[in-house]
Design a protein around this ligand. Structure first.
Ligand code: OGA
Ligand code: MN
Length: 214
């Protein structure tokens, strides 16, 4: 199972990233793979395997439910569905490195479940200067998401409150954006909302600082 990455689509993705810093790609991942991933996320939820998501990394990691309210579990690639998804992201990484010379060298991602009322206020995924998260991906796992269910992803213009896009978390859709550049927000959801948020990282240890993943 490989990514539906035709040369034309890939060119659009690269153009979107270069010109605007973001791109949304409907039906990037097949429904059958999304269903399998969704079943895993739901299973982990019922088994109590999800943890409250925090803000910040390493020593400054903290839970702040006024900023974000979702529950997560990191993928470790131990199921066929996870392997298939991670393979697809590896393919994307290769292609992005070939055409944008980004030097992406690894990918980390987690399931995220927003229960009713869940949200994530406007934020950046990475901060300039000490960024190792270069490119963000979000894959949505929700079949038949309805317009009045909330939970949209808002994409903002760089350094601005101007909204560029309102994106519904529809199954199979992959949103890709530059982690340091694009402020974004998850609006309060009225239904449970499942996704896989991921980051392509460059090797930050070249700066001489220890920069732990996650
Ligand atoms: C994140 C994030 C967006 C989404 O996890 O950092 O911004 O639409 N997620 O789930
Ligand atoms: Mn984010």
């Amino acid at each position: 199972m490989t990514l539906n990455l035709t040369p034309v689509l890939f060119e659009q993705l690269v153009d979107g990233l270069v010109e605007h810093g973001w791109y949304q790609w409907p039906h990037a991942v097949t429904d059958s793979l999304c269903q399998a991933l969704l079943a895993e996320a739901e299973y982990h939820d019922t088994q109590g395997h999800l943890e409250r998501a925090g803000v910040g990394r390493g020593a400054i990691h903290q839970i702040n439910s006024s900023i974000r309210r979702d529950e997560i579990k990191w993928l470790d690639g131990h199921t066929a569905a996870q392997k298939a998804y991670l393979d697809q992201m590896a393919e994307l990484q290769l292609q992005l490195n070939r055409s944008l010379f980004l030097g992406l060298f690894e990918y980390e991602c987690h399931f995220a479940l927003y229960k009713e009322g869940g949200f994530y206020k406007k934020h950046l995924d990475s901060f300039r200067g000490r960024a190792s998260r270069m490119v963000t991906t979000v894959l949505y796992l929700n079949p038949d998401w309805q317009a009045d269910w909330g939970g949209e992803l808002l994409i903002y213009k760089e350094d601005s409150d101007e909204k560029l896009a309102v994106i519904t978390p529809q199954m199979g859709k992959l949103v890709v954006f530059m982690s340091e550049q694009i402020p974004h927000e998850v609006l309060p959801t009225h239904k449970p909302r499942a996704s896989i948020a991921g980051w392509f990282r460059c090797n930050a240890s070249v700066t001489g600082k220890i920069d732990p993943a996650k």
